[in-house]
Design a protein around this ligand. Structure first.
Ligand code: SF4
Length: 295
């Protein structure tokens, strides 16, 4: 069933899958399979799709993900250069350094793009699945950064405090713990008493409030001055809902994806975006708001 699109003011976030792989094998990764066959992957096609989307929503947010966006800085630069400064840009990365790419290369890249990049989200998991660059590199980045950590299955709760102490000692840090989103449902999105992660965090940090919307939520904490969030999100990006006033049923878009071959999708399951229909999308105020705030 095709419903007219609705999205938030400014447009849905556009997530770009870079057309090259990371070298890691995190057990919770659902993107890795897409990189097994790179036939058709194209920086040029992605750039064309970025231009197409810029014309429709010139103020939306962009997220680069993968794969590993920082594995090929030249290609990432080409894609970044297609995004005007009217957009916020976030990059999900493990912050890789190797014999082919030094810390200095990464730092120089962030300096060159300090006006383009809103925040770098650096994956640092409590169980180490990837080769990590030195924490000191974080202090040298020329753009804001946040530490992302998926708390997967039987994560070691005893390691939460050492983990928070590790990043709490790095100036400019904040930490976002993430629930395994493949396990998130509308029923457990806002669940509190049965949520082990939330209960573990409440034992060690000061709970400061909850913000959320139809699609995702964040429980906020203060750990000795370190900003900590526990984030949950549903495993899809479209919610079908009837408007209470008009009676019209809309497909409400939260994320749009540009795939490695430049195809534009409206959901994570391969649904193509109807670009013509999206040009006529209805906009609503962003529904993310504070639901509880503890002074
Ligand atoms: S580094 Fe990222 S893309 Fe690579 S396997 Fe891990 S989660 Fe997946």
């Amino acid at each position: 069933m095709n419903y007219p699109y609705k999205t938030r003011e400014g447009g849905a976030t556009i997530t770009i899958f870079v057309p090259y792989d990371c070298r890691n094998h995190c057990p919770f990764c659902i993107n890795k399979g897409e990189y097994a066959n790179p036939t058709g992957f194209s920086v040029e096609k992605i750039c064309e799709s970025i231009e197409r989307m810029n014309a429709v929503t010139p103020y939306c947010d962009y997220v680069f993900t993968g794969g590993e966006p920082l594995a090929n800085l030249d290609s990432l630069q080409k894609m970044l250069d297609k995004i005007p400064s009217t957009h916020k840009v976030y990059i999900n990365t493990t912050l890789p350094v190797s014999e082919y790419q030094s810390e200095e290369d990464v730092v120089t890249f962030t300096r060159r793009n300090r006006d383009k990049i809103t925040c770098i989200n650096v994956s640092r998991h409590m169980q180490q699945y990837v080769v990590e660059s030195n924490d000191q590199l974080l202090t040298r980045l020329a753009v804001p950064f946040r530490i992302n950590c998926v708390l997967y299955q039987d994560y070691p709760a005893w390691a939460l405090i050492p983990y928070l102490d590790r990043f709490g000692s790095i100036p400019g840090s904040s930490v976002q713990f993430r629930f395994d989103y493949t396990a998130t449902t509308p029923d457990n999105l806002y669940e509190e008493t049965g949520d082990q992660i939330l209960q573990d965090l409440k034992k060690i940090a000061v709970y400061t409030g909850l913000e959320g919307c139809r699609m995702r939520c964040g429980f906020h904490f203060d750990y000795r001055g370190l900003e900590v969030t526990y984030h949950k999100t549903l495993p899809y990006s479209t919610i079908v809902e009837q408007d209470a006033h008009s009676g019209v049923t809309y497909a409400i878009l939260y994320d749009i994806l540009i795939k490695q071959n430049g195809d534009i999708h409206s959901d994570w399951d391969g649904t193509p975006l109807n670009l013509e229909a999206y040009r006529s999308a209805v906009f609503e105020a962003h529904d993310l708001k504070w639901l509880t705030q503890i002074a």
